[in-house]
Ligand binder design. Structure first.
Ligand code: DGY
Length: 326
């Protein structure tokens, strides 16, 4: 009897790759190239598969699910975000969707805190200064940043990553610093953080540092636009490690060129990759890193293992260790 097929669209970290290759009860279809699988190749490989282990770079929509056909028992994404998956289509077909929450929280929060501090202390500009031979002398007023002591940090979305970010930043704020957050409900973790929930409108006016840690959905898409940038504090530090589309990027460029923002740190952009001649990269007070929030070997291995366990469980007809509530 033919074994059920699993399609895997990239090579996983070694431990996770071994885990899926060692499964004796499946046939593995593996896109081995170190680049996103082109859509036409994906549509060629997917018909008849029982399990699909994908990355956030693949769009899971009705066309793909139709072409996959009725054998498809599970989709497992190697990511915590699932904005690349059309949830209605998955729900309609009763296909469970596995994802990788929790295991990447620490790494992503670390990146968020790193971007906040790098933005506050003009890290990109100062490194360029040294590399470009413009480090002439030490000066009392030269290359001054700002420090986090006594500042108000605003977390947009106090979920797992938002809370872990707040925990990391809190010691920098000192006893007069504040943490505020916006979101649809009070979060129990806010008590230990001493954080206060405020309306989004208030957060953008009051925060000295804003960390975007929410997921991308209809409510959050482009929620940071010109009108929002206009009312932020003039020296605000804005960091986004969630999804690029939460920021209206052309509006961000406009706000930066009008000097409305202090400093910006982005791990995510629209599109990805961002071309090197993109206007955003011309601003010395903007630091862009290439979507590396979860990029540590430890975290990527945990993500890979969980994504493999999700896909194998689905193909075997077992409950997924971590499934999105549909
Ligand atoms: C995710 O998992 O959604 C991140 O963006 C990449 O790790």
């Amino acid at each position: 009897m033919a074994l059920p097929k699993i399609l895997l669209t990239r090579t996983l970290p070694p431990e996770s790759q071994k885990l899926i290759e060692n499964a004796q009860d499946i046939e593995l279809l593996h896109w081995k190239e170190d680049r996103s699988i082109p859509r036409d190749q994906l549509l060629k490989l997917i018909p008849g598969v029982s399990g699909f282990l994908c990355l956030l770079t693949e769009k899971i929509d009705s066309e793909l699910l139709d072409i996959a056909g009725p054998n498809l028992k599970v989709v497992s994404t190697f990511s915590v975000g699932y904005d690349h998956v059309d949830l209605n289509e998955i729900r309609k077909r009763k296909i469970p969707l596995g994802y990788t929450p929790d295991v990447l929280t620490d790494a992503t929060a670390e990146m968020t805190a790193l971007l906040v501090i790098a933005a506050a202390r003009r890290m990109r500009e100062s490194i360029h200064t040294v590399e470009d031979g413009k480090w002439s002398k030490w000066g009392p007023l030269w290359m001054l940043g700002t420090q986090l002591t006594n500042k108000t940090v605003g977390i947009v979305g106090l979920g797992r990553i938002g809370a872990a970010t707040a925990h990391r930043l809190k010691p920098f704020l000192g006893s007069n610093g504040k943490i505020i957050y916006s979101g649809n409900s009070d979060k129990p973790v806010a008590i230990e953080l001493g954080a206060t929930r405020v309306k989004f409108d208030m957060l953008i006016r009051e925060a000295d540092v804003i960390c975007i840690c929410c997921s991308l959905n209809k409510q959050t898409s482009e929620m940071f636009n010109y009108d929002v940038f206009k009312v932020m504090k003039k020296n605000v530090i804005l960091v986004n490690t969630a999804r690029g589309a939460i920021i209206q990027q052309d509006d961000l460029v406009r706000a930066l060129s009008e000097g409305l923002l202090g400093s910006v740190g982005l791990d995510v952009t629209t599109p990805e990759p961002l071309q090197p001649d993109h206007p955003l990269l011309k601003f010395p007070n903007v630091t862009v890193v290439p979507h590396l929030g979860s990029a540590t070997l430890e975290t990527r291995t945990m993500m890979g293992n969980l994504a493999v366990e999700n896909v194998l469980s689905g193909v075997r007809g077992q409950p997924l260790p971590r499934a999105v509530e549909l």
